[in-house]
Write a protein that binds this ligand. Structure first.
Ligand code: AMP
Length: 608
């Protein structure tokens, strides 16, 4: 790890937050946290170059929470995020850090959600607002959001906000915040326009960058699995069962709580596994490592700090169950395998939103990481059957079968069946509670991520979805977005390919670009951008093709939507047929945008 700071206590956080962090299982600050937290606590403005997976949320959330006066029922911090999903995630993170702060109230506000609900929530007095720029702007205009007591403003994923066409809205908001406040800007990249915004609105900012020093990795086979369609735990056990040359593994997770949970689950599935985390004293830690060495344990589930320096030659596999915070942590982790001249295997689990970190690791280590296809049911069954046959062969080669042959012969005679049938019955008995035949779903085939990570986020909204694939396993509460009342759910979309053309009252004269339209529609109506069809830009208006069968709630949300401050007044277009206009452009990537009838084009959301 790059971090030389071993504990949150060194960063100047309050006892209350330290207690919370320990309770939720955070052991050590990630490198970005180690650097940002003290700077923000000292009151500096800050530019943090960090992406998802580095722990950036806690890096700004924890210092910001130290500033909140719970007794003052007014927004004291505003966090702007490019998408509603991120707004919800950030709000949830803050809520979890507030578990020992009674009365603390964080509110996500985003396009598409009912104003009535938002107004009610706003009037109750939230301390922190996490919102998408368009909706925050709306509330400021309507004077339903008052920033007079603002102490901290955070721009999260600023480059994404730029790509989605929200940068003007962000500036509009920045112009209307009180002069005296702290500003932190987080961005994975630093395009010119973001730099310009930082120069204009941040005062003497500290610039913090997570270095991704290039490092060479030993000859280790490196693969990744894109987390989807299956729980990480199920995927892990399938992989472990089928991997060639499996001897022992170290599995890395982020929190000490997760080490214990995963160890329990693997034990329940018959693995000899134990947790290794900072709560263990030196003696207990050494005992676990000894057991791994001797073969009393096959799997150790560890946090980064606890696994520092482990040198156990029989570790054939390292699994990055949770992606590391930075390249250095990755290199350190996978260095636990391939020791003493043996071959090593490193398996990385990557959630869609962590794709950028995967690419950073590949670049820094200068070694490609190949996508891994999860073993199928048949693969696992075959592996188990082969192992079983080997065991039988071993027994066949041993002495002393006469007594048992006699029993088989007796059973065959008494039951009037063949010896083969008796053998089959015995095989069935011998499964020992672990069936040879694997039942259940097969995972979807391996899917390499899009190579082009620079696509606008709007075109890649899958990566912004809440991590449904991880849900349940972590025992998460349902997310805000998952709790629409039944009647709130949008209707099923129309059959494949049906598009309706709409007209909106903004065009080139308003300085509108295609990406502004996509960003606004995607966020306000909850339509994934890939389902947004051709967009025609004219001087005073524009056209946009949207899937037929749009639920009334979505079209109402769009009627109220503003782009660059102008109400768009969305309505079916009665003008020229699609394609005849000279001003028409095919939307990014061009081509017909078809959707299959099985997929919901309108995301689940609460319409009010
Ligand atoms: P982020 O990069 O902010 O999206 O955080 C990624 C994940 O890391 C989240 O699930 C956080 O809960 C988790 N996380 C952040 N900081 C820490 C930490 N210091 N220790 C353990 N987990 C953390």
């Amino acid at each position: 790890m790059t971090s030389t700071v071993d504990s949150f206590a060194e960063l100047g956080l309050s006892e209350t937050l330290l207690k919370t962090l320990s309770e939720i299982g955070y052991e050590t600050p990630s490198p970005i946290q180690a650097q940002c937290i003290p700077a923000l606590l000292e009151g500096h403005d800050l530019i943090g170059m960090a992406q998802t997976g580095t722990g950036k949320t806690a890096a700004f959330a924890l210092p910001l929470m130290e500033q909140i006066d719970v007794k003052v029922a007014k927004p004291q911090a505003l966090i702007l995020t490019p998408t509603r999903e991120l707004a919800i995630q950030v709000a949830e993170a803050l809520q979890s850090y507030a578990k020992n702060l009674p009365g603390f109230h964080v509110l996500p506000i985003y396009g598409g959600q009912s104003y009535t609900i938002q107004l009610k929530q706003l009037s109750r007095g939230a301390h922190v607002i996490v919102g998408t720029p368009g909706r925050v702007m709306d509330h400021l205009e309507r004077k339903t959001l008052n920033l007079d007591s603002l102490k901290t403003l955070v721009l999260d994923e600023a480059d994404e906000m730029l790509r989605m066409g929200f940068i003007d809205d962000v500036e509009w908001i920045l112009e209307r915040t009180p002069a005296q406040h702290q500003t932190a800007l987080f961005s994975a990249t630093m395009p010119e326009q973001i730099r310009r915004v930082a120069q204009k609105y941040l005062v003497n900012p500290r610039e913090i960058k997570i270095k991704s020093a290039t490092a060479t990795v030993a000859a280790i086979r490196q693969v990744y699995w894109q987390v989807s369609g299956m729980h990480k735990l199920d995927a892990l056990t399938r992989i472990l069962e089928v991997e060639e040359d499996f001897d022992a593994a170290i599995i890395f997770v982020r929190t000490k709580t997760a080490t214990v949970e995963l160890a329990d689950k693997l034990n329940a599935r018959g693995y000899a596994a134990a947790a290794l985390n900072g709560d263990l004293n030196q003696q207990m830690r050494e005992r676990v490592i000894e057991q791994l060495k001797s073969g009393a344990l096959d799997i150790v589930i560890a946090t980064d700090v606890a696994a520092r320096g482990i040198d156990v030659p029989r570790v054939s596999h390292v699994v990055n169950y949770d992606i590391p915070y930075d390249t250095e942590a990755y290199v350190h982790r996978i260095g636990r395998t391939g020791r003493a001249g043996r071959t090593g295997n490193a398996i990385l689990f990557v959630a869609p939103r962590e794709i950028r970190m995967l690419r950073t690791i590949e670049r820094a280590t200068r070694s490609p990481i190949a996508p891994l296809t999860l073993p199928s049911r048949a693969d696992v069954t075959n592996k188990r059957v082969t192992g079983f046959k080997d065991k039988v062969a071993e027994v066949l080669n041993a002495e002393g079968l006469d007594f048992f042959s006699n029993i088989v012969a007796q059973i065959a005679e008494e039951q009037n069946v063949s010896a083969e049938e008796v053998a089959a019955a015995l095989c069935k008995m011998a499964q020992e509670g672990r069936p040879l035949q694997v039942v259940g779903e097969d995972p979807p085939p391996a899917r390499a991520f899009e190579r082009d990570d620079r696509r606008p986020a709007a075109f890649d909204r899958d990566s912004r979805k809440p991590r449904s694939d991880e849900r349940g396993e972590r025992g998460d509460k349902p997310r805000y977005e998952d709790r629409p009342r039944r009647e709130d759910r949008p209707a099923r979309p129309a059959p494949a390919g049906d598009m309706v053309r709409y007209r909106i009252d903004v065009g080139r004269d308003n300085g509108v670009e295609v990406r502004d339209i996509v960003g606004a529609i995607a966020n306000e109506a909850g339509i994934e951008s890939r389902f947004i069809g051709r967009i025609g830009l004219y001087d005073e208006s524009s056209t946009v093709e949207l899937p037929a069968g749009m639920p009334a709630e979505a079209s109402n949300a769009l009627k109220r939507t503003r782009i660059r401050g102008v109400p768009i007044n969305l309505r079916p277009d009665e003008g020229r047929p699609a394609g005849s206009s000279t001003g028409e452009r095919k939307f990014a990537g061009g081509g017909e945008r078809k959707f299959d009838g099985d997929r919901s084009k309108f995301k689940k959301k609460t319409f009010g």
